[in-house]
Design a protein around this ligand. Sequence first.
Ligand SMILES: [Mn+2]
Length: 471
Amino acid sequence: MKQLLLLFVFTFTFSVQSQENLPTDYLSKEFHQGRREAFRALMPANSVAVVFSYPERVFSRDINYNFHQNPDMYYLTGYKEPDAVLLLFKENQTTGSETYNEILFVRERNAAKETWTGRRLGVEGAKSKLGFKTVYNGKDFNAFAIDFKKFSQLIYDKIPTDIDNNKSGSDLGGLIETFKSKASITAENDTANELFYNISSSLREIKTPEELELMRKSVKLSCIAHNEVMKAVGPDMSENEADGIHAYIHRHYGAEGEGYPPIVGAGANGCILHYGENNATKIDNQLLLMDVGSEYHGYSADVTRTVPANGKFTEEQKAIYQIVYDAQEAVFKICKAGTPLVALNETAKDVIAKGLIKLGIITDPKDVRLYYPHSCSHFLGLDVHDKGNYNGPQTLIKENMILTVEPGIYIPANSKCDKKWWNIGVRIEDDILMLKDSYENLSAESPRKWQDIEALAKQKSTFNEMKFPKI
Ligand SMILES: [Mn+2]
């Protein structure tokens, strides 16, 4: 009986096979090691950085959303599972005979759980695949001899507080409780967040060649998706189906999904900045604003195109569209290292204000905020609104930053202007790689000029030929 049981345990332990046919272009372990080195170099003497994985989130009762890793954890480790914590030390530490300058605590391997919820790297996987020398299971964090109080500084990001697990074991809640208790962190002394943000942003705002390659791919396949929808879309298509074409094409080219909830809004819906319902059953003869970008191996594109569903802009739509286009062109002219970040939005705002005055939509330039209420640019990378230094007028653009340029004009119904302008919402958004003396528009593959959009819309899409049963 005992032998039979052993045999059973043995078989069960190895029943989860390693994964085959995985993408071959993930970030390398050397990349993540290099980012940890760069992070460590910016840490003050005698400090330790602590990075937690993101919490898991409920989708429906006992079903979670697909897990999305904390981008900082991914950036620094490549680890994509929940319930983990990274400790990064400025100087080498010694415990007994062991010397280390980083420790990763990971989810323990568990054949039964892996059969239900997927493979786990475990301690050995984190060593061989991620290149860590010192790795423990999360359950060992509590007993691990570390005196956080001996460090002059603890560096950590905002600690999640709304975690739906038991806070007692090796799960994220437990790891956080252990950290807080070992480091005596209370609401009053929880002040280290700013330093973590600053170090992490100053690294992440500058893209390395390896990151650039993934960014280029993410943006390129998002452009292909936009172009296909421009061809496929018609007044009878629903917002959600247009959204679905983007999603299909992203996955066709190997993206995991989208970098943010897609905004696909027709007419009035296009005037809602973060519209996400995407549930109009017909786009009709309206403008369709599509702010959709893929996430490819963690890296998000962020591309917006605004197209007439019937393939032709009206005179009013064209007039508004042209102002947004001109604003983008004016901003592109100053896209390069050394330009103050705030100049991008000032330039866009200026062009839009002049354009709206010329059309009689506003008379006072200050009223531009009525129709252009957001800003022109944000950093782009692992987060769609990526970490970066946004600290006022002294912030200058640097080489190898990627910033969006996304002016827009939104005129909801009942706005105080001629009603011929109502329900026109236009945004054009491109992903711009900043160079020493110029820029590269990574999303140039998707047309922006109204003439080019109308020309592309005349082409047939493969999606127009697809036939499904009527229900
Ligand atoms: Mn954006």
